[in-house]
Design a protein around this ligand. Structure first.
Ligand code: FPP
Length: 238
């Protein structure tokens, strides 16, 4: 177990490698996504013992629509199934679930289920689970800027009062602290448009493990490494 005092309060995960994990077993990519959903369950359960209060996971990016229709439809079905099958357990475990990303391209059915899960778990605060669905960092900043510009145009906000904290209030993540640690599985060292603004001072862990192999033990080990690092936020320590 990591040292809870030095551990990251907010961990964000880029869950990569489901497709390769399935292909290595001669199975369709969706088989990997289903195995990945099981790891989401395990990682959520592991958070409180590791002192992690906020977990943000990248479930579907604004770029993922470019995948085959079969894979996209399979993922959407998996999200609906996850919400349906996990709602009671998440509620009982004290998890508050929220979604970030643009809802416009999601089906009304899925969007309604997302609203219902957010409402159902809204009184929980043991773990804040944020699921990024149809999320892209640049898209988020673009949408936030548009909303901010509308406030300025309506005369409710002065351009002179706009600074970085103002913009942060318009982001999808306005209710979240910035991530302390961003983990990407599967050996790729990229951030792929995830939490661009919010991760300005985050620590990164790029690990070789494919997401379906990201067990609570690997999670604990990765989180544990964080405690040994010194974060200076641009300052110099004595
Ligand atoms: C990236 O792996 C993974 C995704 C695009 C989907 C992430 C979804 C899950 C882990 C499923 C469950 C999620 C929830 C919230 C229930 P990839 O397909 O790009 O893998 P590859 O790089 O090996 O092809």
């Amino acid at each position: 177990m990591s040292d809870q005092k030095n551990g990251p309060r907010h961990v964000a995960c880029i869950m990569d490698g489901n497709g390769r994990w399935a292909q290595a077993r001669g199975r369709p990519r969706l088989f990997g996504h289903h195995a990945g959903a099981q790891r989401v369950r395990d990682v959520v359960k592991a958070c409180p013992d590791l002192g992690v209060e906020y977990l943000t996971i990248f479930a579907f990016s604004t770029e993922n629509w470019k995948r085959t229709q079969t894979e996209v439809a399979g993922l959407m079905k998996l999200f609906r199934r996850y919400i349906q099958s996990e709602a009671r357990e998440l509620l009982a475990a004290g998890v508050r679930v929220r979604f970030i990303g643009d809802r416009v391209r999601l089906s009304p059915k899925l969007s309604k289920m997302m609203d219902e899960l957010e409402l159902l778990t809204s009184r929980n605060d043991k773990l804040h689970l944020t699921i990024a669905l149809n999320y892209g960092g640049r898209d988020e900043i673009g949408r936030a800027t548009k909303r901010l510009a509308k406030e300025v145009a309506a005369g409710r906000l002065s351009p002179d009062d706009v600074d970085e904290t103002t913009l942060a209030r318009f982001l999808d993540t306005c209710f979240l602290p910035d991530p302390d640690l961003v983990i990407r599985t599967s050996g790729e060292a990229r951030i792929s448009n995830f939490l661009l603004w919010q991760s300005a001072y985050a620590e990164y862990e790029f690990i070789d493990t494919l997401w379906p192999d990201f067990t609570p033990a690997v999670f604990a080990e990765t989180v544990g490494r964080y405690g040994n690092r010194e974060r200076r936020f641009g300052a110099v320590t004595a």
